[in-house]
Design a protein. Structure first.
Length: 306
């Protein structure tokens, strides 16, 4: 359980830093196995380290963050906790840490932790457990100490993890998520599949493919949870089966902005993004749309599976 720290210093630091890490796509951690931890824990640890680097937090701060997450959640993105505590750091919506959906976004929660840590006077000279408790306000302030050695080993193992830039754009368009193209546009099981599926782990960031305005964000039959964005020229993009959405109807979004997370909701057979493009009301093949207009390659031919 953590308690939010109020003050102008926190607000100003958060405002300056939140945007820079909100679209973090973690790279540099592929193939790394942390002994004693599964893929989820490894992915979450890599996110914490990568966000720390993007915010220019020194390694000692990354150790504090990992030790805290080990103590609070075992590096798991928990959807439960004491009272309304959630996520990697057991942050509480009722104490001003953000909404439930925000806190359950590992990039957001990591940014929040670092923001509060950087506002602690003299944190670099503190013991790891003292620095962690200065943020968390724990009932057991010494409890973080037992995780320091493991945290240092994890940070060392994930030294290559970093936030990569949003995919290169062409004409202002970007690839909406990192993953493997699976089921493509066209007939499927006697029906018309109106988009391109991109398989990726749950909670992988989904980016707005192009600048536009959100016209729908919420539950949708078959899609589970979707986002629809209207772009210039009568183009609408659709992002379906999402785990959580980060945008609301009426929001103006930029190409490459994180709008949701990959999920497995609705009529879905596995974690993936269903990416759909409508041109003046008619669904079109997203792969061909990107190719014909000189946008970045949505799916290399070698990875597209119909």
């Amino acid at each position: 359980m953590v308690v939010a720290v109020a003050g102008a210093a926190i607000t100003s630091i958060f405002a300056a830093r939140q945007t820079s890490s909100s679209t973090c796509l973690v790279a540099g951690a592929d193939g790394i196995t942390l002994v004693g931890y599964g893929p989820e824990e490894t992915r979450n640890a890599a996110t914490i380290v990568a966000v720390g680097k993007q915010l220019h937090v020194p390694e000692q701060g990354q150790v504090v963050a990992i030790a805290t997450a080990l103590r609070e959640s075992w590096l798991r993105n928990l959807t439960w906790g004491d009272r309304d505590s959630l996520g990697l750091f057991q942050q509480r919506p009722s104490m001003g840490w953000g909404t439930r959906e925000e806190i359950l976004n590992p990039v957001y929660s990591s940014t929040q932790f670092y923001t509060h840590l950087l506002a602690v006077p003299g944190w670099k000279k503190m013991r790891v457990t003292d620095a962690a408790d200065a943020v968390q306000k724990s009932a057991l302030p010494e409890a973080y100490a037992e995780h320091e050695a493991a945290a240092r080993a994890i940070v060392a193992a994930l030294h290559g993890a970093h936030c990569q830039p949003a995919p290169a754009s062409g004409g202002g368009w970007v690839v909406p998520t990192t993953g493997t193209c699976t089921s493509g546009y066209g007939p499927r099981n006697g029906e018309m599949h109106r988009g391109q599926d991109i398989a990726a782990p749950i909670r992988t960031p989904i980016l707005a493919a192009h600048t536009g305005t959100v016209i729908d964000s919420g539950p949708a039959s078959g899609y589970g949870l979707w986002v629809r964005i209207e772009h210039p020229g009568g183009i609408i993009t659709v992002y379906g089966h999402n785990n959580v959405n980060h945008v609301h109807v009426g929001d103006r979004v930029q190409a490459g902005q994180a709008i949701a997370e990959v999920g497995n909701r609705g009529e879905s057979t596995g974690a993936h993004l269903h990416f759909q493009i409508e041109d003046n009301g008619q669904p079109v093949d997203p792969v061909a749309f990107y190719h014909d207009r000189g946008h970045p390659s949505l799916c290399g031919e070698a990875e597209k599976r119909n």
